[in-house]
Design a protein around this ligand. Sequence first.
Ligand code: BGC
Length: 729
Amino acid sequence: MQLSLEQEAKIKELMAVMTLDEKIGQLNQASVSIVGGFDVPFEELIEMMTDGRISQDEFHKIMATTIKDYHEEEIKQGLVGSMMVQNPATSNRLQRIAVEESRLGIPLIIGLDVIHGYKTVFPIALAEAGSFDRDLLKRTAQMAAKESRADGIHWHFAPMLDVSRDARWGRVSEGGGEDPYLMSQFAKAKVEGLQNDQSSHLNYVAACLKHYVGYGAAEGGRDYNTVTMSESLLRNVYLAPFRAAVEAGAATVMAAFNDMNGVPCTVNRELLTDKLRYEFGFDGFVVSDANAIRECVAHGIAADEADAGAQSLNAGLDMDMGTEIYLNTLKESLAAGTVSIDTIDQAVERILRVKMWLGLFDHPYVEEVENDDLLEVNRALALDSAKSSLVLLKNKDDLLPLAKETKISLIGDLANMPSEVAGAWAISFREKDCVSLVDGITKEFPNSRYFEVGGLETPINEAALQEAFDYADVVVLVAGELVSMSGEATSRATISMPGQQSQLFAALEKLNKPSVAVLMNGRPMAIEKEVDQVDAIIEAWHLGIEMGHAVAQTLSGQNNPSAKLTVSFPRVSGQCPIYYNHPNTGRPAGRSKFTSKYMDVSHEPLFSFGYGLSYSSFAFDNVNLEETEDQILISLDVENLSQRDGQEVVQVYVTDKVGSLVRPVKELKAFEKVSVPAGGKESLQLVISKQDLGFWNNQGDYCLEDGDFVFEVTNGHYNTIKFEKTIQF
Ligand code: BGC
């Protein structure tokens, strides 16, 4: 983080005059919820809004009044460094108190969960990463930064970089999936998009990499559960995206709730300081996750709150999210000698530097604008990202795309729930901006009709279903999960189709008419049976405000699908965790009973990472592999054999045949997305640095071992070319 000499001097000046209370105040992110007479944690408030128990207006009112009741006085005294706020009037009001009424006038840093867009909601990360489009990932982050900064939000609690291999864990939806390389590319693009356009203070925000680290490996897929892993697994898989994002210049990091090998991340000095700061070179500040310092007492790692606070600060955790334990106990801990003033100073300085870098001292306020209609460019990018993120999983006899005059019977209650398109953690969108599937499809196909047959929230209405079947040339069933079934605290032990939706699939199997399923969900689902019961399947995830248009335009062929899966789909829940890049076993699944498999179900996933169809078919030609001193160069021609323009994702997987540690069966090491016009051909080159062919061992050393490697060039299914090469480093 680069500051000018003048800015550095200003920080020194402040540090010299701050009282101990004011210093500790900077480390305090005041909670809007556990105080002020409203005794509901912030996350629950969000949940209440998401599931409709309170309206968005009520949510804002609660936020505004609880802040008013309690925090104004604290802010005036310099005892608050940060808050979570999501409207410009409140942000300005609080900021004015901090800047104009507190003794030193240090501005607040205002943070919020802007996970996949702010008012303009883009696809959930799990979907968007599947676009394999680095530039798109960056542009949506850039737009979210601008849109939220205009509302007085300086800091996004994003990107979420938890590699997740277990679909039972509901937070799979928030990150880029199961692969460390794709997640690292996602991480870099997101950090660049959020932070890099510093041409105006209104164009950037601070990123917050979360949840550091290993949160996605929660045992049994149960949220907040314990995590145990080897040093090599930690480094090769879970730390990789964080390292990439730190290298891209991320300003902040959030410590995860979970313990890592027995030490909660909140108090884990080895992770927060030795690795993050000394090894990766991170120079921003670290915030706890919500209420996590207090949870160290429940973890049984701290005797009481003061102990939890002292351990956290000493581990390298700079800001306390929501418990006020730093505020209430650090002074005593200093007197007792369990923390030092140097450690406190260091944390304060880190926070002030980020505030300075954000331009908050010069531009603390925002303009309060009345008209908050979405701009056309925002809608256009939301549509573009949605179209680029949906995955075609099945298309029997090229049923799709459908002619415009097709009589579509649209069924499934998710189709008619506009706010369900937004996905988990979207907390700042307006329902009026959301395009449901009913809106989108009836607009695109004039002869389409929506039939209220139920299935998810309401029991199936057989009469309506019969009517739908009678009317249809083609039935389109929208099925999956409600938004409230993914995201935080939404682990599911059985990830099958909820409600009676499976019965709708079964009815389609019996029907003598073509059928399409559009899946709306925040995690891979165990739907082996359902996949066989319909003719075509679009995995549409939760695609954001333009979802209805994106799906409709895909059904009609205006959009040619191009995304790939970022996670493997299990056949049954009991296969979880399932992921493509698993280590070799001594008994790979084979015909013999005594190999690594199940008695009752295949060991293979239903769909694997990297899979996804297009309306075009592509051929790979002239595939060549060349080795230079420090790189592997793969060149090829991608030919579009169809009559429509399309895009293909070329993926290169590497297998290290023999290693001093058991190696993954294969690992993604490079990808490029290429647009190829109908009947055309494009040449492209993919580059793998030889440095990236190594791995971390359990002593924390990076090993580059000479030997034989297999390079597999593929589009995730029918085009696969392999090269074997002996490499010396
Ligand atoms: C979540 C974080 C989030 C924070 C603040 C926590 O419960 O784990 O991802 O950023 O709340 O809302």
